[in-house]
Structures are given as C-alpha cells and as structure tokens.
Write a protein that binds this ligand. Structure first.
Ligand code: PMV
Length: 331
C-alpha cells in the first residue's frame, strides 16, 4: 500500500522545552502553536516485500545511514509494530523550505511521515491518534496534524494517551494574524532541540521556574487566541520565548542560538513598537526571528525588515491548514 500526505510546519506561541518521558516524548508543559500556510512537507510511503531495507530519500538525496535515517527507521518500526507488519518501506519526502533552518522541519516532516506511513501500513487512525503517533517522532510534530492554532496538551497519564494536539481554532478564525519568518544568515553548528532541551533540564538552575510557569502561559495563550487579543498574544508569546531562551543561555555549556542579527532585530522591533508599529517576536532552537503582526501593519514592517543587513529571506505566513492526504504520489 502506498500513501502520500502533506503536513504544514508550525511555530510555537508558548514553547515546549523539556520532557518528562524521553521514550514516549511526553512534555513537562503544554504548548500552543500556529500552523504555517507557506511551509510544508510532502511524504510518500510504501511498504513492500520487494524493498531489501528501509529506503529514505529526503529532498532528492538518498540517506542510507546517519541520524535522520535512524530516526525515520525507528518511527517506521513503531508503525510496523502497531500494524503487525514486517515489510520494509520506501519513504520519499520533500520540504518546500530549507531543512533544519529553524523552521521546524521536524514538525511537518514527522507529521507527514506518521500520517502517510500509518495509512500505507493499513492503520486507520483518527486525528488524536495521528497526533500521538507524530509526537513519538518529534514532540512539536504533534501540533502539525491540525491547522490554525493548536494546543499540545501536556497530559497526565504515563502512557501518553492524553498528550496530543488539540485544535483551538482553525485558520479562518483569525485571517488577519501574520507570522513573518526572518531567516538569519548563519554558519554556526547548532544544538538540536532534542539534545538541547535534555541538557537544559539537567543543568539549568532556572529550569524549575520555567516548568512551574509554562503551563499557566499556555492556558492564557489559549484564551487570548480565542478572544483574538493581538496585544495579549504578542506580549505573552514574546515573554514566553525570552523565558525559554533564558533557560537555554544559562545551561552548561551555554546554548546560545542568537546571532548578532537576531539581537539587532529584537532591538528594532521593540523600537518600532514604541513608535506605534505593533509587532512582537519569538525564536526557537535557532537564530531565526519570527515576527507576529496584524495584516494592517504587514507592508510597513516588511519594508523596514528588508533594510536589515544579514537577513537571508523574509517570508510572510498566515495560519495554515490541517495535514491532508494527496492523490499524487512522489514515486
Ligand atoms: O519537538 P522538537 O524537537 O521540534 O522541539 C521543538 C522545540 C522548540 O521549537 C524550541 C519549541 C517548540 O515548542 O516548538
């Protein structure tokens, strides 16, 4: 059986940083994200006895070993166990944006892989089950099954059955909301989020404060989104991101994702805001700065952002759709 899926990337408005269960990928706190309309992964999966081993082609390049191959193989093993299947798989996956550029390719990638592979293996999973399966591949992928604004519930159960992405509102709820993704030029080798968050939990003296306050932020964010309170959402998203980065920076050794352009952007956005141009920023496990604004300020902000040296690309996103199956396969 062969199946193809398209899943969109997402950016967290309140962040996930730290696990309570590494095996099941259960978070220490809930998080809220916006699914992006512009950035997605398309993945085709087929299980067939004719494949001698699992094959994985990412953006046209065959990967036969290494970390990414092992992650995909591990996830296929999980799906084979669930489906009581034994056949090897071929996986072809394309991102329409640079992989590992800080645009959460793991979120869209693992969500697309989970949805396509589950169907190809003959499993008939609902959205909640697909989110749980995606979570096992990459925590943030649990939020990419649904479009619009999504709350990844922390859950209480030790088996993880209550920790999945719950849609707060669809993309149509807030069509004026914009997320401007600013790609900062960098050559720095970065900490992957998985290793970074484990190191933070193990060594950051402020991590307990993060863990104690992150859930309250997430619950407030949910309400602010429902009310379409842009100032509230922006202020809380910015504060929550800075709080997460404070724990990263005070990890041993320090995890400093910011580049000079990252900091320059933050200063500029704060100054423009004081002048009446309302926008807020958020950052993840990389130097990129994602700027939130409303449609009415988009043009002015983009023209100001374009003047900043050291930015490779500026992409304006809106809230995007649910993950979906495609009829056209990639092989
Ligand atoms: O699930 P991962 O490994 O993609 O981790 C995501 C971590 C952050 O992007 C920093 C925060 C988040 O909630 O997306």
């Amino acid at each position: 059986m062969k199946a193809t899926c398209q899943a969109h990337s997402n950016i967290a408005l309140t962040k996930y940083w730290g696990k309570r269960d590494k095996q099941l990928m259960l978070p220490n706190n809930g998080s809220v994200s916006m699914t992006l309309d512009k950035f997605f992964t398309q993945t085709t999966v087929a299980f067939d006895p004719k494949f001698k081993k699992d094959e994985f082609v990412l953006n046209g390049k065959t990967l036969a070993e290494g970390e990414e191959y092992s992650e995909v193989k591990g996830h296929l093993n999980l799906i084979r166990t669930m489906a009581k299947g034994k056949e090897n798989a071929k996986v072809v996956s394309n991102n329409n944006f640079p992989t590992a550029a800080g645009l959460a390719s793991s979120a869209s990638g693992l969500a697309a892989l989970s949805m396509a592979a589950a169907k190809a293996a003959g499993l008939n999973l609902n959205e909640k089950e697909l989110s749980i399966l995606s979570r096992r591949g990459s925590g943030s992928a649990s939020r990419s099954i649904r479009g619009g604004f999504v709350h990844w519930l922390k859950g209480e159960k030790s088996d993880g059955s209550d920790s999945f992405g719950d849609q707060i509102a669809s993309a149509e709820h807030w069509p004026e909301f914009r997320m401007i993704v600013n790609i900062v030029k960098t050559t720095q080798k970065k900490w992957k989020s998985r290793a970074g968050m484990a190191q933070t939990v193990a060594t950051c003296p402020y991590y307990p404060t993060w863990a104690q306050t992150a859930d309250a932020d997430t619950l407030s964010m949910r309400e602010l989104i429902l009310k379409k309170d842009f100032t509230g959402v922006g202020q809380l998203a910015e504060f929550n991101a800075l709080k997460m980065h404070a724990t990263m920076i005070t990890t041993r050794p320090s995890i400093l994702y910011w580049q000079p352009t990252t900091v320059e952007l933050m200063h500029n956005l704060m100054a423009w805001r004081d002048e009446g141009l309302e926008s807020y920023f958020t950052m993840d496990a990389g130097p990129q700065v994602k700027v939130m604004c409303l449609e009415k300020n988009e043009k002015k902000l983009v023209s100001k952002l374009k003047e900043i040296q050291g930015l490779e690309k500026i992409e304006v996103c809106k809230a995007g759709p649910d993950a979906k199956f495609l009829d056209k396969h990639l092989f």
